[in-house]
Design a protein around this ligand. Sequence first.
Ligand SMILES: C[S@@+](CC[C@H](N)C(=O)[O-])C[C@H]1O[C@@H](n2cnc3c(N)ncnc32)[C@H](O)[C@@H]1O
Length: 405
Amino acid sequence: MDERDENDRLPEALAEEIRRRVFGEGFIRLTQGLTRDGVAFRISLRPVRIKGEALFQAEMRDGAKARTRNLTEGAARKGLEEILAQGGKRELHLVTAEGDLHVRVTRKGRPLVSRGRPKDAGGRPAQAQGHDREKRQPLTDFDAGALLRAVGIAAEDGTIRASMRGKYDQVNALLRAVEPLLPEAAPEAFTVVDCGCGKAYLTLALQRFLTLAKGWRGVRVVGIDRNAEVVEAARRAAVALGLGEGEATFQACEIAEAEWPRRPDLVMSLHAGDTATDDALVAAVRTGAERILCVPCCQHELHHALVGGGAMRAVLRHGILRERLADLLTDTFRAQVLRIRGYRARVMEFVSPEATGRNVLIRAERGVRPGLGEAVAEYRELAAFWGVRPYIAAALLDEAGEPAR
Ligand SMILES: C[S@@+](CC[C@H](N)C(=O)[O-])C[C@H]1O[C@@H](n2cnc3c(N)ncnc32)[C@H](O)[C@@H]1O
């Protein structure tokens, strides 16, 4: 089906407006989407700054495949002409500081135009206002090609492997989740410990993101995993990226037995499984980590320990409800113990539930006076109600002089 004919072209005044806004001040993003023979194609263009050079980043999605290229202005101008020359039913969405421009071209080639005003009087970029409904993709803030190839998310030609699409989205979600925890000004050094790092998709992505997109120096990541094979893969990926000992190291051992740097700037643990999350939290608190980010998974600890009687019997009778309740309580205890140990802890959703059911994120920052009386009382009441003594509390409250039960 090739519906391209003269009637398909956008009116020249509209095309000229798009050119002016894409290459003028305040350009944020241009996206065009269309479907051919049941396959969705999407192309987007946005400005990026890489190593001080102003470029345009084009992302092309063809069904499940995605490709990203950084273009000079000349190449971006050619690319824009190709976008404008595409025919058939399509939707184009331009976001600039002037506001949104949305063009829906019908099957008959008729362009239906709608416009949105800038979000604030100062015409502040939409990103700050969040009116770009797509989620930001931090992996497109820098030239991530080498990283994605080294960890196997992309094939040699730079295409995201269909089987790794979920991982690509997860890495972006992690980077988005980390951002609010980061200091505004570039620190002199920044050490990250990743507990249960696996093949280090996230570990190395964070190293590269902080170094290349944020321009930070002295970013060091330490990955810990008990599985020697994945640690080998992580080391190979770090070597492929040219990272030295001071930038990425990996230890093949239990989280609780690893050699930890003192006062890491960030400790993270994603889907490490069962009490590995607790081991990470315990070590993070003991070493005085400044920030913590964890996404727990497969927690079994409280499943059989819950003895809440009375009104709760009706809930605990059902395996799935017992399991969900145990997960919920485990994370509640984790956040509460972190509060007691001096962290401001927040619990939120990590990615959409369709991506993974294990999508609860605990994000914490040091800075609250430890041993808050109210937090301790809340903890005691909850533990007594359920008749449990959670693993994390046994480790972290007893040593702080606040007996876990
Ligand atoms: C599901 S993978 C997640 C890997 C990585 N965090 C990610 O999200 O891509 C969990 C990893 O945690 C590791 N792990 C689980 N418990 C551990 C423990 N107690 N000490 C060290 N590694 C552990 C496993 O070997 C596995 O590689």
